[in-house]
Write a protein that binds this ligand. Structure first.
Ligand code: PMP
Length: 400
């Protein structure tokens, strides 16, 4: 593993410059390679996919399908197991609306955790409300991890799905997915992993993780917004009913004979897809693997350690999350509102996220309205950490 050279990497991000951008968990800045791929996609190579007989369209179709192959390789799956979506939110909603409606019924149960993102709570609440299923909520440890003992206590043969984040977007805790997959499979349930925060920073092999569904988001992994992907095991995806109806997802449409649908994954991609988004996501996968996910993870771990060490010198700072967090540090300073902290940090050129991070049940659990969250990327460096810690001193000077 070659160590990261942040200066070289930083120079590839026109959106970063000397800004201390510590909000990559909300959305990642884009490397020039991705920006160029998107510009080319909308420029000299642009055409629609799957329909045109002319060369340009055939080439664009190949590029779109090459992106599917690239995303599959990125997570260790097969191209026919990848459905392009608008993002992770749509990937999860797709599973709820198709597989969920077919396999989860009255009296069944779905396990989520108290630290899930709203995207991995609300679709399941909506489905449960519709079909009469029950949501069971796994608790979290004091360190801010999903409590596996709690999952074990909640799981029984009424559970049809366990839906958890592989990496928490607030605490950065990495899930022992294999252990949860084994628990789920023991009772005949499926495991869905929300991998928004894992994809940009961890090597991934869906087979080794043992999951059945895997949701990723392009804009969190240095790619474009409006594109993401659902991976589902081929046998599961093949058997799933369609999601949205429209063009492209059909085999044949007839008023007389009824409509038949295309095989997976095309069946799940109604309408003109986000063609250039997929092309940009391809470039993002290449870019990440050009740096190396082990290297990114190790680099972010150093920044997390330095941040935590600096924060721990303040006895009025509460840090949420474990020391081995993947790229994310959440904290609060006394009872100073996170928004005030973030506003003062912004004045110091440091961009952090303040709020509930779409994790209101987690904030309720901690009894706080919000936290400050610093999150790292491959281009982050020690100067970013120092600016954050210096900004914190300013916060404390202002608040006395
Ligand atoms: N899950 C997690 C853990 C996230 O961090 C996010 C993005 N904030 C989402 C889901 C939603 O992803 P998307 O923006 O791709 O819909």
């Amino acid at each position: 593993m070659t160590a990261i050279s942040p200066a070289t990497i930083r120079a590839q991000f026109p959106g970063v410059g000397d800004w201390h951008y510590l909000d990559s968990a909300a959305t990642a800045q884009k490397p020039q390679a991705v920006i160029d791929a998107v510009a080319r996609g909308y420029g000299e190579t642009y055409a629609t996919v799957h329909r045109g007989v002319y060369d340009r369209s055939a080439a664009m179709t190949r590029a779109y399908e090459a992106a599917r192959e690239r995303v599959a390789a990125f997570i260790g799956g097969q191209p026919n197991e990848i459905v392009f979506t608008r993002g992770a939110t749509e990937a999860i909603n797709l599973v709820a609306a198709t597989w969920g409606r077919e396999h989860i019924g009255k009296g069944d149960a779905i396990i989520v955790s108290r630290l899930d993102h709203h995207s991995n709570i609300v679709p399941w609440q909506m489905l449960a409300g519709e079909v009469g299923a029950e949501i069971r909520v796994a608790s979290i440890t004091d360190e801010g991890r999903v409590d596996l003992d709690s999952v074990r206590d909640l799981i029984d043969d009424r559970v049809k799905l366990v839906a958890l984040p592989q990496v928490s977007n607030v605490t950065g805790a990495v899930l022992d997915a294999r252990a949860v997959a084994d628990m789920a499979h023991d009772v005949g349930a499926k495991l869905l992993l929300d991998a928004c925060q894992a994809a940009p920073r961890l090597p991934i092999d869906v087979a080794a993780l043992g999951c059945d569904f895997y949701a990723i988001s392009g804009h969190k992994m240095y790619g474009p917004t409006g594109i993401g992907a659902l991976w589902a095991r081929a046998d599961i995806l093949d058997a799933m009913p369609p999601y949205q109806g429209g063009g492209s997802m059909i085999d044949r449409v007839s008023f007389e004979e009824g409509t038949t649908f295309a095989p997976a994954p095309t069946r799940f991609e109604a309408g003109t897809p986000h063609i250039v988004g997929a092309v940009g996501l391809h470039a993002a996968c290449d870019w990440i693997d050009g740096i190396g996910r082990d290297a990114i993870h190790a680099h972010e771990a150093e920044l997390v350690a330095a941040t935590r060490e600096g924060l721990a010198k303040h006895n009025d700072v509460t840090i949420y999350g474990p020391a081995d967090s993947a790229g994310i540090v959440s904290f609060n300073v006394r009872d100073i509102h996170a928004h005030d902290v973030a506003t003062i940090l912004d004045d110091a050129g440091v961009a952090v996220r303040a709020g509930h991070h779409c994790c209101q049940p987690l904030m309720d659990h901690w009894g706080v309205p919000a936290t400050v969250r610093a999150s790292f990327a491959a281009h982050s460096d020690m100067a970013d950490v120092e600016a954050l810690l210096e900004g914190l001193n300013k916060v404390k000077r202002i608040f006395g």
